[in-house]
Design a protein around this ligand. Structure first.
Ligand SMILES: [Zn+2]
Length: 185
């Protein structure tokens, strides 16, 4: 009974997009720094969940613990269950790396900024000064920005933009679909 209520509430909150077939979420949106917005929906007693994960459970089946729900269409606001698949974070990263390379030239979130153009495609971009591995090390390092800047021979601005995930698309977009690591799943 609760499920049918959830389903009818869910079905009021998206619009099918005829060209892509994506179901564009029109309900509440979860925004968090460094990630593209995703739909969210309240289930049960005021528990918020990601709308596309709820879509997967409503139409496809249970999501085993620890698995991510990923988008074939690469459109995180889409909740069409036929565009979703289960993956591990590692699958997810590989998928995003492949897609990221296939889409070389596209700007971050469609809004290229001068400090992203050089770096936002990761090492597939010939102008990158850092490898993906170095960018990952920078992202997870606890060294101060000035030290990292010296160590890798890039400006502090570059270090800061990697740290804030504004640049280095492979890292940030890979992370975007690893939803098991989100605060909201
Ligand atoms: Zn879609």
């Amino acid at each position: 009974m609760r499920n049918s209520t959830l389903k009818s509430r869910f079905e009021d909150k998206f619009i099918p997009e005829p060209n892509s077939g994506c179901w564009i979420w029109t309900g509440a949106v979860w925004n968090t720094t460094g990630h593209v917005p995703r739909g969210k929906i309240v289930v049960g007693r005021k528990v918020q969940r990601l709308a596309y994960r709820v879509a997967y459970e409503l139409y496809v089946g249970k999501i085993a613990k620890g698995l991510s729900v990923c988008h074939k269409c690469d459109n995180p606001i889409c909740v069409n269950p036929s565009h979703l698949f289960l993956g591990t974070s590692a699958d997810n990263m590989r998928d995003k790396v492949r897609k990221g390379r296939a889409k070389a030239g596209s700007g971050y979130n469609g809004k290229p900024r001068s400090d992203q153009i050089t770096y936002n495609q990761g090492e597939a971009n010939g102008r990158s000064q850092l490898t993906n591995n170095q960018a990952k090390l920078i992202l997870t390092s606890s060294l101060p920005v000035s030290k990292l800047s010296e160590k890798y021979g890039v400006s502090r601005r570059v270090i800061n933009s990697i740290k804030s995930r504004r640049s280095w698309k492979l890292l940030s977009s890979g992370d975007q679909t690893c939803d098991t690591r989100f605060a909201l799943i």
